[in-house]
Ligand binder design. Sequence first.
Ligand code: NAD
Length: 495
Amino acid sequence: MGQFEDNLAKADQLLQRFRDAPAGHFIGGAWTTGQSGETFENLTPVDNSVLGKVARGNARDVDDACQAAWSAFPAWRDMAPAARKKILHHFADLIERDAEEIALLESMDTGQPIRFMSKAAIRGAANFRFFADRCPEARDGQALPMQEHINYTIRQAIGPVGVITPWNTPFMLSTWKIAPALAAGCTVVHKPAEWSPLTAVKLAELAEKAGIPAGVWNMVQGLGEEAGKALTEHPHIKALAFVGESSTGSMIMAQGAPTLKRVHFELGGKNPVIVFDDADLERALDAVVFMIYSLNGQRCTSSSRLLVQKSIEQEFVARVADRVANIRVGHPLDPGTEVGPLVHKRHFEKVMSYMDIAKEDGADIRAGGAAVADLAPGNYVQPTLFAEARNDMRIAQEEIFGPVLTAIPFADEAEALKLANDVIYGLSGYIWTADVGRAHRMAQNVDAGMIWVNSENNRHLPAPFGGTKASGIGRDGGDYSFEFYMETKNICIAL
Ligand code: NAD
């Protein structure tokens, strides 16, 4: 049996339990299908068949979870950091042990190719190890001695927190939020995305096995406007870590306002990759293709706008088009697949609508531009390249969140900068040039929370991660995460 067939057989076995019983909630250390008795269907993007049912959490389930997180908070906060560190490392061990299972479930649930999901599962373990190691120093503050008094600061866990996650790489993103919250001493209520509920079940199961005490990790499945909304409004929840669309972030901010929630938002993007004519074009070409067509283009930091200098535009865009035409689209469990099906029919339709919008806008569809007919009824879209676009077109302004790249020419550095910043978003930016001075000027002036120079997206866990403008509020990574999940307390003592 080949690797693909082997993956299919294993995934089928793993999915059986979700056909037998709905994916449930994990509340106060117990599994439940909740108070409403209602469920919704979970479809696989591979062919839109039903993978199983999911418990539809309501406000009462969310209240149960928040009460559990509230009750469990003091003991978890006060646990010796070394003990917390040990538990979180054990949790990471379990992720590594079950990484294959996690990757298979995630691929079937989201359509993300297995080649990327295997790495994402391991990255989930790394997220836990990184923050586990920092448990002992999470409370550390600083001392500010004066002649007559000394000020010193400590940090304390803020309380129970709500974590609301999206459907693109949901396993990895959930660990990225939950690991620092637990390391800081917070308890958690997690609301996963309704289009990708499966690996949230796996995460909560591993939490239980790792010995994370009952009530410290709670998870409620359900719809954003129902379970998600109830979580953002609950008075026991002190902070909300949210990853998703900018418009949802804005709603959540309003929903959390009456209870004065602290919010941390990782939102949408329309990130530029800027290629100057003096760049190493071979490496730039690889990075341009990788950063939009990997992970099905459903990646917040994907570079979905290619700004390319006019002097090399024709040649460079032609080379990108060649590469795009050869990307292998297929079943997410096939190890050869580079682009899989988009997560949901509704998202597929949204991405497909931009093919017509591109034509109306007057852009040239240089590669792709259609659904993959052979793979229907799955949500497969041909990797697509729009060329000769202008930055004011909708295909250059709106987050498409699929394997779709818009190429826009620029004349010089000043124009490149103007185009890069002329969007509502500001998450990441990629700059390709051999001119060191220009690299620094552009890096400092492009509106973004993260810039990569002569590099694709490369993550270093202590480095700050987050966006500006409509792309987010706050930063994750290293100590930045603790700033969010903890309160800073100043203590002043007369000498
Ligand atoms: P989404 O905003 O539709 O949903 C995200 C989550 O919010 C889901 O769990 C959903 O149920 C919940 N939700 C929806 N309405 C809610 C409400 N009123 N109250 C509370 N919760 C609510 O986002 P999506 O479509 O699942 O994810 C794709 C988006 O996520 C893209 O815009 C992408 O750029 C963004 N994203 C950003 C980052 C980043 O780091 N900046 C990372 C990954 C994804």
